[in-house]
Design a protein around this ligand. Structure first.
Ligand SMILES: *[C@@H]1O[C@H](CO)[C@@H](O)[C@H](O)[C@H]1NC(C)=O
Ligand SMILES: *[C@@H]1O[C@H](CO)[C@@H](O)[C@H](O)[C@H]1NC(C)=O
Ligand SMILES: *[C@@H]1O[C@H](CO)[C@@H](O)[C@H](O)[C@H]1NC(C)=O
Ligand SMILES: CC(=O)N[C@H]1CO[C@H](CO)[C@@H](O)[C@@H]1O
Ligand SMILES: CC(=O)N[C@H]1CO[C@H](CO)[C@@H](O)[C@@H]1O
Length: 738
């Protein structure tokens, strides 16, 4: 059987529209559209043609986008199919730092603060009002009205961090002790991190969505005495586990109010961050804490990853690891400059967000803080009629996990379905026209202005690049973002263990499903995985498990030598490597494509191998499916699935077959299960899945899987073990046990 995962073309939802449209297409409209496009292209092409030979192409950037796309991004330095592959500009030597002498994170921020002290650095919106909105079903939603962004300059942030660092030292935070940050993404998080780096305090990061036992485990294992947190997390999560963290002495709360904290156990003091900064600003304390600058080999962060299985693991990341990772990514994003704006809303405890914010510092632009609940005008916490963060900030750079883009995509598609015939025809014509032009390397300014401007304004209207990481992005969603948001989606691949780095697509690479070539700071090898049937000798592309090596590879897992030995190794040139467990293939142009995951492969009773990840990726493109987890057991002969259906589409389907009931009732109905299974099977066959790969039975779940439910990670990756436990009864039922 074949392992050619993710390679077959997916049926794009818009092609379905196109088929429907053929019947009711107005020929006049079509003619008019083509005429308009032709005239516009002619008018804009002429000056371009006349002037194109005047401006000299810049070295390395010459040629049309089409030519550039053909050029190799990386090559195998020894010429073997298994690699190692390196970026073309780094074949002789991997690049480990961007600014000379800047080899630790504290030096990086100091460098940025010296270079442009008065530039805007961190921005936060002020809260104008807060109110409770009562829903008809008795639920209460908190809604906020937010004002403009208030900015702090690089110099102000540096001073704030310096004072906090001195203040923490005055509170007897010792240079050799770890210190934890357990907080939502906000400016104070970033300032606190800089404060720690300055004084060689090792920072321990924990996701704010982790459960109590996991947090206690992390805090206990790292033996922290000081924790920086927010008022909300202190009251909802931390307070309950204080007895399990006996070493804890000081809690620093980033909020301003209240200023006194009664009712905490003996031996624990709670401080406001502002008070600690004030303490640090006193001359007697400032002088007593002579900063102990870290060395590049010192550990900067112990990052706990929620992982898709078991208790969280702490990954030890040194300053040199971080600097190399930032350098690698910043090199590929070097077209960004001080005029850009980054919107920060992903968890800062996630390596993607932490490196992204440091890239901003490294390139010298500004960070505006946001949150998933206030991101756009329609977000849950934004009061109807007031503005979301993207509208106010108008960011030019944004990072997103595929889950968020999938949601945007499905929303817009639903809107398109609701349009009248003329509007829809225009939209689809423009969409397909632009798709074709992009493939050829041309832009379509007229379509962008007339058709896509409104969609683009959803995210502020100024986006220049969208960075995507954390999980594979489906080809249809990527194309949709390329077309409708008029900006490239830079898909990347990296893990916490590799400091977020590995590969990143180039700005003008519009090919889908691929994650680009290796960054200049690392190299990639493919290792044969014989059981899975992947070998570097495979044709047409070499395939195998992805190994990433370079100075960006982290030092291993905290207090877990056995696991570190298993996943990391050092080669004969004393370079560290990490074995990712992901399966990839290298294309002719040196781009990597992730095609499978070792852990997701299950052998069915009859001996067929099923890649659960591949099945899920295919079926997620089905509009009826919001999320899906495929499950298979080696003692059984078929695959089953847990499905979170799309509410709107499920209700429509029920309506079509005159099945009545609330969304929840429909999800529990046997008849609906059969209907959805029929639709999914159709979609799976259209996507050319093998018969044995298609779920034979499914369970519909009315509740979406969010990180809070513990069923997915913060990057919305499925936690298979937790899902299995959660649906144990259903598994038994579907396999005929009950
Ligand atoms: C920084 O702290 C680590 C322990 O966390 C210690 O081993 C190292 O020597 C310190 N670095 C300096 C330059 O003092
Ligand atoms: C905390 O760590 C100690 C050892 O350092 C261990 O004995 C104890 O069981 C741990 N407690 C929790 C709640 O994990
Ligand atoms: C920054 O980039 C923008 C967009 O590419 C460009 O228009 C501007 O001139 C650049 N500014 C500087 C100072 O390089
Ligand atoms: C370590 C140290 O010297 N801390 C001092 C910081 O300032 C406060 C208030 O002046 C003193 O009480 C601390 O002893
Ligand atoms: C911390 C770490 O792993 N450092 C390594 C980075 O890579 C260079 C060579 O590429 C090694 O010499 C370092 O030990």
């Amino acid at each position: 059987h074949s392992h050619m995962v993710f390679q077959k073309p997916l049926t794009h939802p818009l092609t379905l529209f196109k088929m429907k449209l053929k019947e009711d297409l107005n020929p006049m409209l079509l003619l008019l559209f083509h005429l308009m496009v032709w005239i516009y292209t002619f008018i804009t092409f002429l000056p371009y043609y006349l002037f194109s030979w005047v401006s000299e192409p810049v070295g390395g950037f010459c040629g049309t986008e089409e030519e550039r796309a053909k050029r190799a991004k990386s090559i195998s330095v020894l010429g073997c199919p298994e690699g190692p592959y390196r970026a073309v500009s780094a074949t002789k030597r991997l690049v480990t730092s961007m600014h000379p002498g800047v080899d630790t994170l504290d030096k990086l921020f100091e460098y940025a603060a010296m270079r442009s002290p008065h530039s805007k650095c961190l921005g936060t919106r002020e809260v104008i009002s807060e109110e409770d909105e009562h829903q008809s079903n008795g639920k209460v939603f908190k809604k906020v009205v937010l004002g403009e962004y208030c900015w702090r300059s690089y110099k102000e942030v540096h001073t704030a961090a310096y004072q906090l660092s001195s203040g923490l030292a005055a509170l007897e935070q010792q240079p050799k002790n770890n210190i934890a940050i357990f907080c939502e993404t906000r400016a104070e998080w970033f300032i606190a991190a800089q404060a720690c780096f300055m004084n060689n305090f090792t920072l321990v990061t924990l996701y704010s969505t982790l459960g109590g036992p996991a947090i206690a485990h992390g805090l206990n294992e790292t033996q922290v005495t000081h924790v920086i947190t927010s008022r909300e997390l202190l009251e909802t999560k931390l307070k309950a586990i204080l007895s399990e963290v006996p070493r804890l002495q000081h809690i620093i709360v980033v909020d301003d109010t209240p200023t006194s904290w009664p009712g905490y156990p003996h031996g624990i003091t709670v401080h406001n961050m502002a008070a600690v900064q004030k303490l640090g600003a006193k001359p007697e304390n400032e002088s007593c804490s002579k900063p102990l600058h870290p060395l590049p080999s010192d550990i900067a962060v112990i990052m706990y990853t929620s992982g898709s299985t078991g208790i969280p693991k702490g990954v030890m990341i040194s300053h040199s690891n971080m600097i190399a990772g930032i350098t690698g990514m910043a090199e590929r994003l070097s077209y960004l400059n001080e005029t850009d704006t980054y919107i920060a809303y992903l968890p800062l405890a996630h390596v993607l967000e932490l490196t992204a914010e440091h890239i901003v510092v490294s390139l010298g632009f500004k960070i505006g803080y946001s949150s998933p609940q206030t991101l756009v005008d329609q977000s849950t916490k934004i009061k109807t009629g007031s503005k979301g963060d993207t509208s106010v900030l108008q960011p030019t750079v944004m990072a997103a996990v595929p889950e968020i883009m999938d949601r945007i995509y499905k929303n817009v598609i639903t809107k398109v379905e609701e349009m009248n015939c003329v509007q829809r025809t225009l939209f689809i014509l423009a969409y397909n026209y632009k798709l074709k032009q992009l493939a050829k390397g041309y832009s379509t300014p007229l379509c962008d202005k007339l058709v896509f401007r409104k969609i683009r304004s959803l995210l502020g209207g100024q986006l220049r690049v969208l960075l995507s990481g954390g999980a594979p992005l489906s080809a249809s969603t990527q194309q949709f973002m390329n077309v409708c948001f008029c900006c490239p989606v830079g898909q990347g691949y990296g893990l916490t263990e590799t400091c977020g780095t590995g590969t990143l697509c180039e700005q003008w690479d519009y090919s889908t499903g691929r994650v680009g070539g290796p960054l200049v700071c690392c190299e990639i090898k493919l290792r044969d995985w014989v059981e899975g049937g992947y070998r570097s000798k495979d044709k047409p592309h070499p395939r195998g498990e992805i190994l990433i090596g370079g100075s960006n590879i982290s030092m291993g897992y905290f207090k877990n030598e056995a696991k570190s030995q298993e996943d990391f190794f050092v080669d004969e040139n004393s370079q560290r490597w990490f074995c990712t467990g992901d399966i990839g293939e290298f294309h002719k142009d040196g781009c990597l494509k992730i095609i499978d995951r070792k852990k997701d492969l299950v052998k069915l009773q009859a001996g067929e191998y099923v890649s659960l990840g591949k099945v899920e990726a295919m079926l997620k493109n089905c509009p009826l499916v919001d999320n899906i987890c495929a499950y298979a057991n080696s003692e059984e002969t078929y695959v089953i699935g847990f499905v979170v259906p799309n509410q709107k589409h499920l209700l429509a389907l029920a309506d079509q077959y005159s099945i009545r009931g609330s969304f929840e009732e429909l999800c529990n109905s046997k008849a609906m299960e059969e209907l959805v299974l029929k639709v999914i099977t159709g979609a799976a066959l259209a996507a050319q899945l093998e018969r044995f790969e298609i779920p034979r039975k499914i369970r519909l779940s009315p509740d979406p899987w969010t990180p809070e439910t513990g069923l997915v990670t913060d990057a919305f990756k499925l936690k298979r073990r937790e899902l299995k436990t959660h649906y144990q009864d259903d598994i038994e039922r579907m396999y005929g046990g009950k």
